[in-house]
Write a protein that binds this ligand. Structure first.
Ligand code: BG6
Length: 489
């Protein structure tokens, strides 16, 4: 084992017997994220010792042809040796079923129960909803009707459900999905995923803030001038155009990934590291997000669309593929500190970055003191940088602005586990720390609704931008008006 063999930091082999059923097993998410993560976990002995994977889809396939189908479809799996394939097939069951047919689900119940008997084990039943979000409600109901949620004999079987994003399309639909799920499950059984929470650098936010006495005393409006969260994407919408055109960048990114990162930046230190205490602190931030009224919205939001998007969407789409937003968190710690949030598709590069901009010194003794900036690069080069002032060697005093750098690549030799691997393991273990609670989801939607459900939202001009650019020029002007610049470029 090398010095940092991250895959051995958790011991999958000690996990209880688990049967993981994926609904939507032939879709893009399964091909590009879930199956690659499971294959990788298998390779590193992270799957439970007694494990079955049931992949449910509508195509007529069996285990072997399903795996071949995924290997062909996946943009992530490069190749798989015969031995690894054979090993994975030991766990794999493919089940062809229609999500609307109760009889198909009753057969599935039998398949799952049949696994228990010969080995005299009582598998934990884990259900992963990776289907089209419109099917989440009917899936929940049919699982219950088909008797899939029942414990076995005297043993206490753990039944858990993991729901992919988007969890609802506004506050009302998220509340209705929560209500339904909570009528069949306890909150402890429901895992609402946001894969950004599984990224190592996002997890590092809490450690950086609360394990270093250096930052926390300065983490407030006395010392922080503003915060930027930028998620730049190089790719366009690709094959997801139907989904994306109904969703847009604000619902696709702000409601979940960006607000989750914001909550981790803005929250107070939790009393301890249990899921409940962490989520309580995040919730306080999400509930304190400023409501964007009709007067504020035009001053705070820039919507953009890349030039070829409407054509890709087959006509006159008004969907935003970019947004820049200025908003406040109504908590004493953050009073008066603007948060600048931005994301867009088909930009010049893929880069997710958080930057905390400290105030300039009240009185600078020297010419040209720069404000300190703490930059956390979430991806692609996982790293932390602190911009400081130094003296340039030589006569006189001239300042140089340079970074103290910490790079994951330099510090940790070895592969960093992917977000889905981490989250799947937590799901199997029953660790909810990185998953979102019902009240968090609803608070995030309430804020997003104040933007997208406003009658003004559709009327705001759509600013066009070229593929490969940094977004619409209005987004640069937006920062200039506040005498600021986007830090992520
Ligand atoms: C998904 C969004 O949740 O995250 C996509 O729906 C986006 O639109 C993707 O491209 C980005 O994930 P990552 O891990 O590549 O940054």
């Amino acid at each position: 084992m090398s010095k940092y063999d991250f895959h051995h930091l958790k011991y999958g082999q000690s996990l209880p017997p688990t049967i993981l059923t994926i609904f939507g097993a032939t879709g893009d998410l399964s091909a590009d994220y879930l199956i690659p993560a499971l294959l990788h976990m298998d390779e590193h002995n992270l799957l439970p010792k007694t494990f079955k994977l049931v992949c449910v889809g509508r195509r007529p396939l069996e285990a072997k042809s399903y795996l071949d189908f995924i290997l062909k479809k996946s943009h992530v799996i490069k190749k798989l040796s015969g031995a690894k394939k054979r090993q994975f097939l030991k766990y794999l069951i493919y089940y062809q079923g229609n999500f609307k047919e109760i009889k198909d689900f009753k057969n599935l119940t039998k398949i799952l129960s049949d696994q228990d008997r010969p080995q005299h084990v009582c598998y934990n039943r884990l259900f992963y909803f990776a289907t089209n979000p419109q099917q989440f409600e009917s899936l929940t109901t049919i699982l219950k009707q088909a008797g899939l949620l029942i414990a076995c004999q005297a043993h206490e079987r753990k039944v858990r459900v993991l729901v992919e994003k988007p969890f609802g399309s506004n506050l009302k639909s998220a509340q209705s999905l929560n209500k339904l799920l909570l009528s069949f499950f306890q909150e402890e059984q429901i895992y609402r995923i946001d894969h950004y929470a599984g990224k190592e650098t996002v997890q590092n936010l809490m450690v950086l803030r609360f394990a270093n006495s250096l930052f926390e005393p300065l983490w407030n409006n006395r010392f922080i001038d503003h915060v930027e969260i930028s998620v730049l994407e190089k790719d366009g919408v690709g094959g997801r155009i139907n989904f994306y055109d109904r969703t847009g960048a604000i619902k696709d990114f702000l409601q979940n990934h960006i607000l989750q990162m914001l909550a981790l930046i803005a929250m107070d230190e939790p009393y301890n590291l249990t899921a409940e205490f962490i989520r309580n602190e995040k919730l306080k931030v999400l509930q304190a997000l400023e409501t964007l009224t009709a007067e504020k919205l035009p001053l705070r939001l820039i919507k953009g669309q890349y030039e070829s998007y409407a054509k890709e969407a087959g006509g006159k789409s008004k969907t935003e593929t970019f947004f820049a937003l200025k908003m406040y968190v109504n908590l004493p710690r953050w009073r008066g500190v603007p948060f600048y949030l931005r994301t867009g598709k088909r930009l010049s590069k893929k880069l997710t970055q958080i930057s905390i901009h400290f105030r300039e010194p009240i009185r600078c003794l020297f010419d040209g003191c720069a404000a300190n900036v703490l930059t956390l690069q979430i991806q692609p080069n996982e790293s932390v940088h602190l911009l400081i002032n130094n003296k340039i060697p030589g006569f006189g005093i001239k300042l140089h602005h340079g970074n103290l750098d910490f790079s994951y690549e330099m510090a940790f030799k070895g592969e960093i586990p992917g977000a889905y691997e981490r989250l799947l393991l937590d799901f199997m273990e029953g660790d909810q720390r990185l998953f979102i609670r019902s009240d968090e989801i609803e608070a995030a939607w309430k804020f997003v609704d104040s933007i997208t459900e406003s009658s003004l939202f559709k009327k705001l001009p759509l600013r066009f931008y070229k593929s490969g650019s940094n977004g619409p020029k209005e987004s640069e002007e937006f920062m200039k008006k506040d005498t600021k610049k986007w830090w992520a470029k």
